[in-house]
Every structure is written in C-alpha cells, then in structure tokens.
Design a protein. Sequence first.
Lengths: 454, 454
Amino acid sequence: MKVSKFGGTSVASAAQIEKVANIIKADPSRRIVVVSAPGKRFDNDVKVTDLLIRLANASLAGEPVDRALDDVLARYRDIALDLGLDDGITSIIADDLARRLAASKENPSLYFDQLKASGEDNSAKLIAAYLTSIGLPAEYINPQDGGLVVNNPPARVQALAESYANLSQLRNRQAICVFPGFFGFTETGMLRTFDRGGSDITGSILAAAVGAELYENFTDVDCVFAANPKAVDNPAEIEKMTYREMRELSYAGFAVLHDEALMPAFKASVPVCIKNTNNPFSKGTMIVAERDFSERPVTGISADSGFSTLYVSKYLMNREIGFGRKLLQILEDEQVSYEHIPSGIDNLSVIVRSYQLTPGKEQRIVDRIKNELHADDVSFSGGFSMVVLVGEGMKYSTGLAARATQAIARTGANIEMINQGSSEVSLVFGVLQKDETKILQELYSEFFTPVFAG
Amino acid sequence: MKVSKFGGTSVASAAQIEKVANIIKADPSRRIVVVSAPGKRFDNDVKVTDLLIRLANASLAGEPVDRALDDVLARYRDIALDLGLDDGITSIIADDLARRLAASKENPSLYFDQLKASGEDNSAKLIAAYLTSIGLPAEYINPQDGGLVVNNPPARVQALAESYANLSQLRNRQAICVFPGFFGFTETGMLRTFDRGGSDITGSILAAAVGAELYENFTDVDCVFAANPKAVDNPAEIEKMTYREMRELSYAGFAVLHDEALMPAFKASVPVCIKNTNNPFSKGTMIVAERDFSERPVTGISADSGFSTLYVSKYLMNREIGFGRKLLQILEDEQVSYEHIPSGIDNLSVIVRSYQLTPGKEQRIVDRIKNELHADDVSFSGGFSMVVLVGEGMKYSTGLAARATQAIARTGANIEMINQGSSEVSLVFGVLQKDETKILQELYSEFFTPVFAG
C-alpha cells in the first residue's frame, strides 16, 4: 500500500487532476491519496488558500463577502465542469462554505482556520467524486471521522499518538481514501491547522499510520537537486538520499519537502519518494534510512542567508562550569533558538537566525550576558550565510574538508565559521552573505563536476 | 618598576641563586622579586616541595620526622653555606619548620598546606638575606604582612580585590622586596595555597598591584616555542604573542606559564616576559595585549590528548528551544565541564576532557539524555586529541583553513571535528589520538618551514 500526496499545483485544474487520476490508476497499490487545496495554474494566478484568506478577512471585518466567495466557488466549479462532473459536488462545496461562513466568530483565529482549511477539505471531496466518476471507487475521508487527533492550543499543533492507531483502520477500506491535508481536530472537535508544509505532514502521518510501503510526495519538480538551480546551472539530480541528508539540506534553502513532514515517515521507516505529477515516469528522489554512499561523498550543497552571530568572550571562560548553560538560558528566556556554537578557548559565537532578533532583544541579551555572566566582550553582528555540505559518505572521505576549504579559498572569500561534528553528515561554513553564491558555485564545481583523467 | 618571578630551578642551588642576584643587579628597576621553593638541581633530584610533602605526611601519621626534616634543612643549609651566609639564616629556617611542625593538626589539610608553603616562604627569607649580604638591600615580605588576602574555603582560592590596594604599597619600600610565591592568607589569618602554577599567580598579582611596567617570569627555557619540542625538531621561538594567544596555546599542551596566572597581569595590562635564568641575555617571549601580526598568521600549534566526545542525535533537535541548555545542565549536574560543542542540524557532539569521566558518570549522563531529552542516539567515545592552530593573524588570512586541512589530509588522517568561531584566534581540529603527532608535525611544516622560491 502506498500513500500518495499531491500538492497544490497537482490539483490546480481539471487537466492536472486528470494527471493525478492517471497516476492513481497506474498503480493499484495507491490506496490513500492526500490532497492540497488547488494551487496556482499559472505564474500570476491566486491559490485557493489565498482566496480563502481574503474571504475570511472580509467576513471577520463585517464586509460583503459575495465577491470573495464567488472567486473561491468559481475555482471549484470550473474544475468540476471541466472534469465532466455534475452540479452536485459544486452544491456540496457551496453549502459547506456557507456553513463555515455562518460559524461563530467568537474566536477569530479559529474562524479563520476553519475557512482556510476548507481549501483542502473541498479539494478532497471533489477529487473523490471525480475518481469515482471514472471508475476508481473513492471516498472522501473527513479527518475527524478518520481520527486525525491533534493536541490542544496553545502548544504548536502536533498529531497525538492515538491518531496512528485510528488512522491505521484506513487500511481496511475498500474504496480509495481521499484525505484532505493540512488539518486535524482536537479531542473536543476543534479544527487546528498544521504549520507550513501542512499537507506533507498529513501524508507522512497517514503513511506511518498504515505502515505504507512508500510515501509518494507528488509535486512539480522531477527530483531534489544537489544544489539550488537558481545559483548553479543544471545541478545534478539526487536519486537517493537518507532522511538525515534531506533534513540537513532542508536546513538551508532546500524547500522541496518541509523537514518536519519527514518525521512520522522517518520514525515508521517508511521510505519517501519525491515525484513530479507532470512527469510521473521520471524516477524522482528516494529518501530512505540507509543508502550505499560509495559513489560520491557529497550528496548536496545548500546555502541560506539571514544569520547573525552573538560573539562572547571572557578570560578563563572554559574554567567556569555552567557558563554555556547560563548563556543558552538567556537566549531561551528571549525565545531565541540557536543553530551552532563554535567556540575557542575563552570565546564562543552563537549562530542564530536573524529574523528572531530585534534591536531591543539584542540589547537585553547583551546586557544580561555582561551583567550576569560578567563577559569581557559581547556583540551581535548580522549579514552571514551558512553554506552546508551534506553527505553520509563524508565521514569516510579523508581530505574532504581540505577540498572544501580550498574551493572556498579559490573564491577569495574568508571563512567566518567552520563547524563539523563527529556525525560528519554535514560540514557547515559561516560566510559573509555577499560571498554565498560564489562559494556555493565553487563548491558545486569541486564536488559535482566530473573530473576527466588526462 | 618590574616584578621578577624566579621558578624552582632558578633557586635550586647557590649557583642558581647567584645568577638570580646578577639578574637583579643588572637592572635597578627589578624591585620586587617573587620566588619559588628550591627545585631540582639535576634530573633525579627531589624538589624541596616534595621533601616537605613527605615531612608533612610523616608528621600527620605520627611517625618520626627527624630524617625528613633533615632532608629539608640540608637543602637550605647547603645553599646558605655555598652562598657564604652565616648560620643565622639556617637557624631562622630551622626554627620556622619546628614551629610549623608543632602547629595544631586539627585540620590536617591546613596543617599540610602550611608546611608545604614553607618551601617558598623560607626560600624568600634566604634569598633576601643573600641579596643584602652582597650589597643589594632586600627584605623578605610575609604575604600576610604584605596584604595578599584570599577568599575563604571551600571556594577555589583566589586573591580578594583588597589585595591589590594592600600590595600596591610595596612600591614605596626602599629595599628590594622578596616575596614568597604560592600562598596567601584569609582575612582571619588562615594560610591557603594557590593551585598549580601558584608562584606564577603570586607574581602576576604583584605585578598588577604595583602597576609594574613588566612582569618577568624567569624559568629554565629561553622562550615559548611555536610547537612542542618533543614532537617537532627545533621549533621556532615565539618572540611576541598576545595574552589570548598564550591562553589558547596553554589549552592544549603549552605548560610554560600556567594560564590562570596570566589573568591579573592581563586585567591590569602589564606585559609579561618569559625569560631564562640560565641565559638572561636571550630576548625571551613577550606576552602583550596587542601585536603586529603581519608576518606569520599562525603563532603556535599545540596538541593535547585525553579528550572524549559525547554524541547526541535527535530528529528535529534544532526546533526544540532549550535542548542544548538542558543537555549542558545534565553535564553540569555531574560536574563535567566541556570544551566545544560542534553541531549538525539534528545532532551535536560535546567534547570533554576524559579525566572527568567514569563509567558510572557516563552511564548516568547517557541515561538522563535518553530519558529526559528523548534523544535518538547518545554515546560516549574516547581516544581523541585536539590540535589547535593559534594566531591573531589567522582572521586576516584567507585560505588558512584550506592550508591546514590539506596538511592534515597529507598525513592520511581523518578529521573528526573542526571548530572555528568568529574570533578566529584559533582553529581546533579533533583527531584520533594516534594521529596527533604526525598531524602536529605536518601542520608545523606547513606554517613554519620557510618556503624558498624556485
């Protein structure tokens, strides 16, 4: 049994949904289908989710909603018509939206979420109807009926353990299950949406729950590339990588699959495949627990900007038991999470994502470190990028750091920070933001350009 | 005004003390002299401090002390005779030791310390007498009279702030002050000894207190070398380095000046000079706040073995605010201090000195990290060395990491860990212990061997 998730562009139009149907038809083990809300059909198009956000905002503001509602309905109506479905499904969706619009506005955030989640929900209803109409018996599964139970606010939304037992029952359904992505319900029936990449999470949870042989994640790219195609010409395709590699790459700029979405599949050892709805015969990229890494030590190179460093020095710092712990406590008190802590003997740098900082926060952190930890020097500086080499094979490749640092030296850029731990799945370089692209390009050509003897 | 400290080998015999006197005579600004207890005169000799430890142990055990006491007295008597001093000073020392031996044994640790500290104390009395006898008026200063006040137990012994004001009065003495190293007194008059390198600390405190133009630390080597002479043939001499460089070098295997001893001089901006009693015209090594570092990016390379790593991995670790802080708290609860925390995305390694660990401690730490932090993998492994490149100029030297990693690659050794923070005074490599020496040698030849064009 496979769980197949289709993203927004895969269900954006009738033509796309026909591709989805063909994909499902082509492999009878595709028994559970998770769908997003209809996405963009062309560059300047507006996603259904964004139309729903407009609708919810208008409704909450007490403004007329007819126009915004029509925009949403029109998308579903067009798709249904083009797919040759009768008015029934459009009526169901119209009734559903009317019911949601009439819901209590007592909790505006909840009101907003339940409208937004209708994008996926009605997408699932429509696609179930279409599959059935072409002789692929399918049923829409409401996440509340299916048992996708999430925790209560205000904690960040997460599926509760009981969800897995509940959802494992989907194995026994005769029809193909079409499950909306992006949301679940608390035990008392409150709808909660997942964070970014939410439909990917739903698919991953379902794949884990039913013990799928494969979790297919259909999107609009053929595969995961070894480097960002915007920075590197024709980067190599990654055929297979491990969860750890995907996760380390997603840290800095690889946005194909939201990293948190991998977790349930990872824990249940379900392999994941990134595939292209528009080119389903392409092999895609497999994400697995273990792989043979004899060929190439580096699997991918990612880069991301927007990092700051907090530099702290204090004479004889490393004699003070508790110094680092107290420093991290101060950051935690300001709700700042950190990425790395490279350290000398009497100094350390804490690398953080700059978006978490404000001038006030920086000042409070600096003041507390000076006053409470009696540090000699404390300062923030911004404008850094992290460039990350990722590969399970790096551990077994002597001289890899030498090749990487030589490549960076060839660009004339300075290395501000190097971090390599004993796992050695990744080697992280902190560099100035302005040097990021040229370093990425040089590293790519060092590790991915074929070398010809001669 | 200079403060000149003479180590154990510099005051081990009459011939050595004559050299000390010549050094003092040669420069009238040498007004404050700090001395150690007489050290070894030849390889198999026993230091006075070790003789005193035997004496104290015998006395505490209730055994006869005559033999051990004679051994101590003989050392001073021989020196006094050879220096042409009369019996007076030997009697003073004999009376002093008799008084110490008769002291209360109620607190055995205190009893032990006051006997051990007599080594420096009587050395100072003897040297003051000798200097006076050759026409260099000198007076012995008792640390209690001088005002070297230390904190109360059980905290690690440290000079209190008031010591600096007290000791600054030594500027006004007419005679040369001869001050014993190694110990001070609490406000209630309890003697406490400094940790390892204790006489160096006393000298550093005095230099800071009187605002000396220079703190000279006389020992038995000409200078600090750029690498351990036991590992590298004829290593380069370091003429000048910064406090930070000395400190980073002392982290791993550079034992010329105890790092903690630098602190008072560093805080008071007193430059420090490491010199050789046996070759006083050699320039020595200057330790200063700032230096011109245009010549050579790397000042020294140190290496030390005996490190372990604690490896911890947990999927989505870096999403968890507080993970690192809680991990460090667990180490702190077990009184384990750490050196570095290189990290990937979902894993980190904590580098610690292995001597702090026991199998029981390791097990407790691993169990707590698994149970309380729900980590996926937790393990200790030992047998690592840290090799550290140190130099203020490294920050301005593009390609330095490339040269270093290439040199290591040439040895065929793998790099287990790399740590370079934004201070960039040091670049730390974790390697297997068995590879330490060959890596040190290769790095030395990379950064210190002159390159000839051609």
